[in-house]
Design a protein around this ligand. Structure first.
Ligand code: GDP
Length: 618
């Protein structure tokens, strides 16, 4: 039977110029616009060939100018390659070698002739109740453009609008939780952020946060002053407040100012102008991508469908994804079975900036996961398997961070302190919200380190992970079953359950505060009975003792008890067995000891050794 030919044959692999095949490693090089790009050490002859020189030119140059003797087979280091390139009029760049399974790290270089314009990806952020959802809905249902399929029929986490033949992709999860969560995972998917500020309310805490996130991620910012239809709207006040945050309106500072748009999301005022502005901004940004490359991008949303199995809304950021493509999403393998858009229309292919729902994935991925199409099934499966293994090893790797208890003991030595948390919640939305609030917590240098956050029931695997990394398991609107509880008991893992986000974060915060001021607690180390006394002129009274329980240790705190009464509290000055100083004497052994600044020891006195230990506040 003839094998079906892969439809990827004519497309550019994302590893084409960076591929490292371990069996026959190739040092890929190329000269691009006068820039010599290479990846590994090169010999004189290899470099000469690439630069179109004679090897003897290089040998002569190095000898005459640099006093370096080489032969045709000598391997050149980076500095030398750089100098040779510059001498012969080339810029140079060494590219990182990236293994396939680390596909997030590859730098994509597209030939400028393959690049085409792509739609901007827009996110809407701002304070609660300022009208984000209303704006998203208004834009989504706004005047249906020609060529658009009609009203959007399903929410997939993102949608595209066609504005006179040009498209804009909107992420339709309002707020910055999702945006932050994705950014925290290293994914940057948006080009433009619309910051919604209600004209009757002005700059509020989440407005500032949204601005911080947008600025930090380097996206273009468009300010939307919303609710201008309200009688209480005060646009000038909002502008002043924003200016105080460093967001000066363009009209005040044409050079460095920001674009401000006055709108009413509810009354649909200024929406068309806003859309026009978004297109102008994106034109200026010259957003481009190469549809000829194998698709790559980021997961926007994912879930488990009763009928179709795992499915994910992916945003194609570069290249094209086709039905039947073999790709890796996060740690899962996927042969794209079906792709549908927000109009429930099946697509055969999806190009740059297109959000689509894909099915055919072997597990539910997580928002923020990256995906990449590979040339063939074998490679995609191998990469997915490697990534799965790596993730598992990562999770199981005993962490150097500390459990609640250990934090005290090691607090002084440790520079960085964490509370490790495994988080489970009923919905992906709650997971993201909890994650980002927990990650914000910081009490005098102690931070929450979330080692796993997922939706669904607490599993035995979660308990194992928590056990290996000294983490606490937090469940939000989920309850562990009997098996999981049993496992937690066996592994000494603490499970804490909550149904209110605020209560959960407050509890962790309290724990963190408690840890910083631990309670000091006395712990009795042991007792010794004074059996015999020796006087020594230099050291005073030496008590010959028998340790009757526990142990005594050098320089420990002691109490001298006589007939049940504490006579003296102090420290051991010396502790000996025979003639030797010792660190510790255990139960059942004799020893000689002296007490700092105290000589009035009597036979039959009891020496009680104790220590102050710090324990967490409960
Ligand atoms: P979000 O929390 O930022 O998503 O805010 P919503 O979109 O849910 O809006 C909060 C409230 O403000 C709702 O009652 C909306 O109807 C109302 N609202 C949103 N936009 C406008 C507007 O332009 N004008 C007026 N008058 N009300 C608005």
């Amino acid at each position: 039977m003839q094998k079906k030919k892969s439809n990827n044959n004519n497309r550019i692999s994302n590893f084409q110029k960076q591929d490292v095949n371990h069996k026959h490693k190739q040092n890929m090089t190329k000269v691009n616009n006068g820039v010599f790009i290479y990846m590994d050490v090169l010999s004189v002859s290899e470099l000469a060939k690439q630069l179109g020189l004679n090897p003897s030119d290089i040998i002569k140059y190095l000898f005459m100018e640099k006093k370096i003797m080489v032969n045709i087979n000598s391997q050149l280091d980076d500095d030398t390659i750089g100098e040779i390139c510059l001498n012969y009029g080339y810029d140079f760049k060494k590219e990182k070698v990236v293994a396939k399974e680390r596909f997030e790290e590859i730098e994509i270089h597209d030939d400028p002739k393959d690049l085409v314009e792509r739609p901007p990806v827009v996110v809407i952020m701002g304070h609660v109740d300022h009208g984000k959802t209303t704006l998203i809905d208004t834009i989504r249902d706004s005047h249906v453009a020609e060529g658009e399929a009609g009203l959007i029929t399903q929410q997939i986490g993102a949608y595209q609008k066609d504005i006179g033949g040009k498209k804009i992709t909107f992420l339709d999860t309002p707020g910055h939780e999702a945006f932050t969560a994705m950014r925290a995972r290293g994914a940057s998917v948006t080009d433009i952020a619309l910051i919604v500020v209600a004209a009757d309310d002005g700059v509020m805490p989440q407005t500032k946060e949204a601005l911080d996130h947008a600025k930090a991620s380097g996206v273009e910012i468009i300010v939307c002053i919303n609710k201008i239809d309200k009688p209480t709207a005060n646009i000038e006040k909002v502008k002043n407040e924003l200016a105080n945050e460093g967001i000066i309106p363009e009209e005040w500072d044409p050079q460095n100012g920001y674009i401000f748009k006055e709108i009413s999301a509810k009354q649909k005022i200024g929406i068309d102008e806003l859309l026009e502005t978004i297109l102008e901004v994106s034109d200026a940004m010259e957003l481009k991508a190469n549809p000829k490359r194998l698709g790559l991008g980021t997961v926007i949303e994912a879930s488990l469908d009763k009928n179709e199995g795992p499915k994910a809304t992916i945003l194609v950021q570069n290249g094209t994804v086709n039905v039947s493509d073999h790709m890796v999403i996060g740690t899962s393998y996927c042969k794209v079975r079906r792709m549908v858009n927000e109009y429930k229309k099946s697509l055969k292919s999806a190009g740059p900036s297109t959000p689509v729902v894909v099915t055919g994935i072997d597990e539910v991925p997580v928002a923020g996961d990256r995906f990449m199409v590979f040339q063939d099934e074998k490679t995609a499966r191998e990469v997915a398997a490697k990534r799965k293994l790596e993730k598992r090893n990562e999770e199981l790797r005993p962490s150097s961070t500390l459990s609640l208890d250990e934090i005290f003991a090691q607090q002084k030595e440790s520079e960085q302190k964490h509370i490790n948390v495994v988080l489970r919640a009923d919905l992906q939305g709650s997971v993201e919200a909890l994650k980002s609030s927990l990650e914000k917590l910081s009490v005098e240098g102690i931070k929450v380190n979330i080692i796993r956050a997922a939706s669904g029931a607490i599993s035995e695997n979660d308990i194992l992970l928590a056990a290996t990394s000294h983490a606490i398991v937090y469940g939000f609107n989920v309850r562990p079953d009997a098996l999981v509880r049993q496992k937690a008991l066996e592994e000494h893992v603490e499970i804490r359950l909550h149904t209110i986000i605020y209560a959960l974060t407050e509890e962790i915060e309290k724990a963190m505060k408690g840890m910083l001021s631990p309670i000091e607690q006395e712990v009795i180390l042991g007792n010794a009975e004074v059996r015999q006394l020796f006087k020594a002129s230099k050291v005073g009274t030496i008590a010959g003792c028998m340790v009757t329980n526990g142990y005594l240790k050098r320089a420990c705190d002691i109490r001298l008890i006589r007939d049940g009464i504490v006579i003296y509290t102090g420290k051991l000055a010396s502790l000996r067995r025979g003639k030797d100083d010792v660190a510790k004497v255990n139960q059942g052994f004799e020893c000689g000891l002296t007490i700092e600044n105290f000589n009035d020891i009597k036979e039959n006195d009891i020496i009680e050794a104790y220590e102050i230990q710090q324990v967490e506040r409960k």
